[in-house]
Design a protein around this ligand. Sequence first.
Ligand code: AMP
Length: 279
Amino acid sequence: MQIIRDIATLHRAVDALKRDGKSVALVPTMGALHDGHLSLVRMGKRVADHVIVSIFVNPTQFGPNEDFAAYPRDEARDAALLADEGVALLWAPYVAVMYPAGHSTHIEVAELGADYCGAARPGHFDGVATVVAKLFNQARADIAIFGEKDWQQLAIIRRMARDLDFKLDILGAPIARDTDGLALSSRNAYLSEAQRAAATALPTALKAAAVAIAGGADVGESLAVAEKAIIAGGFDSIDYVALADADSLERLSIFRTPARLLAAARIGKTRLIDNLAVG
Ligand code: AMP
């Protein structure tokens, strides 16, 4: 597996991969890889001839008081995992390569980026959309794969690809969970043992709410019950628990399909997100 850090070398390597009409799938990540990331890589291997993984902890999607500096980084371990999966190329640019001095153009996400994580993290999705657009142009893949774990992000990337006429297919991969139901996340590494045990309250509450809502229970009441259960389970605060149209992300007070429960909650200094289909 080649590890590449400059754009000219990347272009040559991608040209070589695409020779003879071979297809390429891109899996963008911020590293600290776990089985959730690797499930995206495996999907890439099924749908394309070659898989490119990017690892870039993107400073522009972190707020001033967020965990950019502390975000877990272990490129040697990540590279070994990716090589074992048969990844062709690891694209791991430095910040100065991604954002050279004078970089001054960015993408602004309206509407889909306003609520949920966008409300809790102002500017976050502008940073995500900008770096993902750059990764699309850099990697020139035929397919890009994102996790359903970040449901709002996936919806925003799909919309961006459509709005800006990117010529690639966006695929969503199901959420990979630990045996107790907690969605795998690089940020789970921040949790103490007690917090890790308590964190299952989030998927458990979402599952109960999904069953209740699909069974005809009042949406507002079901969301309130879920919030109470998440706090009772050991979380310190809730950013949002909402029922949303799965595509437009419009908040729903009356259940209709396709719908998705979306949630973000904080335990200690760690912010965890999760989501679940309803019905
Ligand atoms: P990140 O490194 O957190 O930016 O995630 C990179 C990609 O992996 C994103 O498309 C995420 O949605 C996806 N991802 C992260 N965790 C999971 C998970 N537990 N299951 C499926 N996909 C995931």
